[in-house]
Design a protein around this ligand. Structure first.
Ligand SMILES: Nc1ncnc2c1ncn2[C@@H]1O[C@H](COP(=O)(O)OP(=O)(O)OP(=O)(O)O)[C@@H](O)[C@H]1O
Length: 352
């Protein structure tokens, strides 16, 4: 079932205005900073929020006039929201039951979905006897047991601890790719979720789509500072020039133009924190042709086996703990960031 949505909503002074399509069996991730309208968008799709103007169709069938319960929409949020007085099996069977299936058939469907999410062993338990990750597994089974035409995932991993989240992410990836029936819309803050689960992403800012496209392309070549930050990449905005990018201050960032970058047009220079070397502010030239960017250390934080250094201008570098000690790095210290031109790609900037 292909989803087509055009939604306009006013909430106080906030305006949401966005349109998109989600082909049957594919997953669209909605990313965006706090307050950008992600929950409002899901609320409109689910029929829980009244849009000012909405066209929402599934294979041409209009959903926008229907109340929430008549939309065949499955919703999975960060809270599993299981009925505490029902067994796990009856929680999952509730979904087909409420669609009119008989008691025995509903339980059969529930057993099938509990097995699909590796939760068959919990069937007779009450939700109170499950861990957060186990309860979320059951919630996934319940959402899918309703055979929704449209599946809405609202930060489904946000409440799980770091040990449970990867397992549920993997489970969602498996069930979404093996049961490619419904169109799925996923709201997440985590680029890993988008990379793992979504075919396409749409980045919302201030109620509008500022970026959209295939997930890997958008996250590898972000055109807005927000997407670059969540994707963990460095991004400098300016105008494309033959040698790379010219910033608003007139500085040149030497880099390689992406095939679709056009000199004279708005652009962003994108590079990995691991491509950045850090030098003392007053040191000599560090050798081979590099960009040298003056910066001030703002934060040093562990990032796996390395230390992620953030600067007041928002650029990041990765260093070993030994290098941090050798350079005597600490917040407030002036440094120079060196980046080889060959590690910088200049992409056209998203139209804002
Ligand atoms: N109940 C409400 N009444 C009035 N305005 C609201 C209400 N809820 C949200 N808003 C407005 O709508 C805007 C979008 O909120 P929404 O919750 O959709 O954003 P979000 O992207 O989901 O944010 P978050 O990532 O923090 O969950 C907010 O900036 C706020 O101004």
């Amino acid at each position: 079932m292909t989803l087509h949505a055009e939604i306009g909503l006013a909430r106080g002074g906030f305006e949401l205005s966005v349109g998109f399509d989600v082909p049957a069996g594919s997953v669209l991730a909605i990313l965006g900073p706090n307050g950008s309208g992600k929950s409002s968008l899901l609320g409109c799709l689910a029929g829980l929020l009244a849009a000012r103007q909405a066209v929402i169709t599934l294979d041409g069938r209009a959903l926008h006039g229907l109340p929430a319960h008549a939309r065949a929409v499955g919703l999975l949020s960060q809270d599993p929201l299981l009925f505490p007085h029902l067994s796990v099996l009856d929680n999952v069977a509730f979904a087909p039951r409420s669609k009119g299936e008989g008691r025995a058939r509903s339980r059969e469907i529930a057993r099938h979905w509990l097995a699909e999410v590796d939760a068959a062993e919990f069937a007779e338990r009450r939700p109170g006897a499950l861990s957060g990750g186990q309860a979320q597994r059951v919630a996934v089974a319940r959402a899918l047991a309703a055979a929704p035409d449209l599946l809405l995932l609202d930060e489904p991993l946000a409440a799980l601890d770091v040990d449970a989240a990867p397992a549920i992410r993997g489970l969602l990836r498996r069930v979404l790719s093996t049961h490619r029936i419904a169109a799925t819309v996923l709201v997440t803050h985590d680029p890993l979720d988008a990379l793992a689960l979504a075919d396409h992403v749409l980045v919302l800012a201030g109620g509008k789509a500022v970026e959209r496209g295939p997930t890997r392309e958008v996250l590898a070549a972000p055109r807005t500072a927000f997407t670059a930050r969540i994707a963990g990449l460095n991004l400098i905005a300016g105008t494309a020039v033959e040698e790379g990018l010219r910033t608003e201050d007139g500085a040149l960032v030497a880099g390689m133009l992406a095939p679709d970058a056009v000199a004279g047009e708005p652009a962003v220079a994108v590079f990995e924190p691991s491509a950045v070397s850090v030098y003392p502010a007053e040191d000599g030239h560090p050798g081979s042709p590099r960009n040298l960017i003056p910066a001030v250390v703002s934060v040093l934080e562990p990032h796996g086996p390395v230390i992620r250094l953030r600067t007041t201008s928002g650029l990041s570098a990765e260093l070993t703990p030994a290098a941090v000690a050798d350079l005597g790095l600490e917040p407030g210290l002036g440094v120079r960031l060196a980046v080889k031109a060959t590690t910088i790609t200049v992409h056209p900037a998203a139209a804002q």
